[in-house]
Every structure is written in C-alpha cells, then in structure tokens.
Design a protein around this ligand. Sequence first.
Ligand SMILES: NC(=O)c1ccc[n+]([C@@H]2O[C@H](COP(=O)([O-])OP(=O)(O)OC[C@H]3O[C@@H](n4cnc5c(N)ncnc54)[C@H](OP(=O)(O)O)[C@@H]3O)[C@@H](O)[C@H]2O)c1
Length: 323
Amino acid sequence: MKHSIALVTGTTSGLGHAAARMLAAKGYREVIVTGRSLARAQETSAELATETKTPVFTPLGLDLDSPSSVQSALAELVKQVRPVDFLLLNAGMVGGKKRVVTAEGIEAAQAPLIGHHRLTIGLLRANLLSPNARIVIAGAEPARGDVPMFSYTDLATLAAKQFHGDRSAAVEALVRNGPNVKYEPNRAYADAKLIVAWWAAALARRLPSGMAVYAVSPGSAPDTKAVRNLGPVMKSLMIPLTKLIPGMSQTPETAARRYLQASEFGTDVSGQFFASAPKKLTGPIEAMRHPHFHDRANQEAAWKAVVKVSGVDLSPASLSAVS
Ligand SMILES: NC(=O)c1ccc[n+]([C@@H]2O[C@H](COP(=O)([O-])OP(=O)(O)OC[C@H]3O[C@@H](n4cnc5c(N)ncnc54)[C@H](OP(=O)(O)O)[C@@H]3O)[C@@H](O)[C@H]2O)c1
C-alpha cells in the first residue's frame, strides 16, 4: 500500500506516540495525531515533529468520552477532505479501584470503543476512508482469559441469568457497568477488550470489500502511562518485577510495531484478533483461535449494543455510498 495518510488516536503518550513516530519514519505523508484537547494534540504534534525532524503531523482534538468532541473532530476531517489510509484506534485505559463513568453513563475503560465507533462510522459515512483502508483497534491479551489476575465475563451466562437470554442487553450492561454488573477494574478491562475484538469481527462483515479491520494487542509494554490508575502495590512492586522477568515486557516501540505490522495484513484476515501466542504477553503476534472470540452471536450482540449506546449505525445506504 502506498503510504499516505494515517490517523492515530491517543498520541499524547505511550504506544500512540511511538506509533505516530514510526509512521512518519515509514514515509507516511501525513499523520493526524489526536489528544483530548486541541492544545494537547498541538503540543504532541510539535514534540513529534522535533523528535522525527519531519513536518508531517496534523493535530486534532478528540475526547472519545464526549460525543460533541467526536462530532467536531469529524467536522474538521470533513473540511480537510483527505481520505485516511490507516486508521489506528489506539486510545484506551485501564481503570483504577474507583468505578468511573462518563457523562453519558459509560464505564471509563469501555468509553474509548464507543468514541472509536462514532469516529469510524462517521469517517465511513463521509467517504473519508480510502477504498483499501486498514483499521486497527487496540485489543489486549487479558480478553483471552489466560492472563493471571484478569478474567472476562461469560456473556451467555450473564445474559441467561440477568437479561432473559438477551446478549445485547448483557453487553450494554458491561459497557455501562450496570445494572447487575459489579465493578472490578481488571474484569472491566478484560471485558472492554473482549468487546473490542467482537466489534472488529462484526465491523469486518460490514466494511466495503477492499477495506479491513483487525483488533491487535500491542502486548505487555509497562513503560507507558497505562499503569497510571493501578494501586501502589501494583505500581511499585508488580510492574518493576514484571520488567525483570524475561518475556513479560517489551519496549513501547516493539509494542507499537505490531500495529504497523497489522496495517499491512490482507482482507482475508479481516475481523480477527491478533495478539501474543496463547499464555504469552510478548513476542510475535498470531490470530487468536479461542472459541469465545469467534462466537458470532456474541460478536453481533456486541455490535448491536455499541450501536445502541453510541446512537450511530452503519446503514446499508451509507455502505453503498462508500463501496
Ligand atoms: N501498555 C500495555 O502494556 C498495553 C497492553 C495491551 C494493550 N494496551 C492498549 O494500548 C493502548 C495504548 O495504551 P498505552 O499503554 O500507550 O497507554 P497510555 O500511555 O496511557 O496512552 C493512552 C492514550 O490514550 C488516550 N486516551 C485514553 N482514553 C481516552 C479517551 N477516552 N479519549 C481520548 N483519549 C484517550 C490517552 O490520553 P490521556 O492521557 O489524555 O488520557 C493517551 O494518549 C490502549 O488501548 C491500551 O489498552 C496497552
């Protein structure tokens, strides 16, 4: 693919910042970099220009927790009229001990997906993704259920017990962290990234034929700000220990490289979730085969819930407009 325009969310620190830098080095003509406010995005864009000695960065204010901020960002992109070749939906967060919900009542670790959905569908509707665009959304290994201290919610069981078998209502309850969902930060994060993987699978079925979407875990990279909400024991003991154990961590650059690698995958693997090999947190990525990622009923339930919570759908009319 000719390297042209990339849009990376969450570039003010960590993997988004590293990915933006690497995209410039790879020869992208323009890299649109987002921060929660235009001022933060402008600072980041200036830092990146200095670090890379290239003037390819365009700042864009984008707070994924705020529907009006996503709308303004879309309006700005429509004004610029330059179709995006690589959409990197990297922004995300791990919640802390205290349950946080956005003004719309969405659990904080789930909120980036709702904002990313609004952004992606807005770009598709405005014909602002190029015909062979690649979309990568940040997943994470905890969604597999084989990372110590992290487990995900069994959707069918939650739906059967609390929502008369309605899986989409159960996903909505996870996204809102209620009703009938107890807040546990690690579980909320694993559930958020599981729903990300299901969303990518469902979106893949709805994209025009030349485009593709993948969920990609960058793997364990503790030298970012992702750990900011963790408790003091995790921060001062567990994370430093993790860094000492071979195979438990990698640099932000190695982690961000996975996103760039996936941007060159074909349409044949669209919708899949790529992560470290099972039970591993670093190393080469592969498509995850765990049955819970491939449950079509759960994928469609996730899509339906995200559409309902965001209020934004990809109608057949908008699909034909972009194909
Ligand atoms: N680091 C790891 O070990 C690891 C492992 C697996 C997956 N991941 C995933 O990789 C992605 C990047 O994480 P990171 O490690 O680079 O963490 P980070 O240093 O905390 O960076 C996260 C970025 O996302 C932004 N962000 C978060 N929520 C947002 C929202 N609602 N609206 C707008 N921007 C938002 C942050 O902006 P603010 O600073 O303004 O909040 C920041 O720019 C995340 O999706 C994370 O879940 C990380």
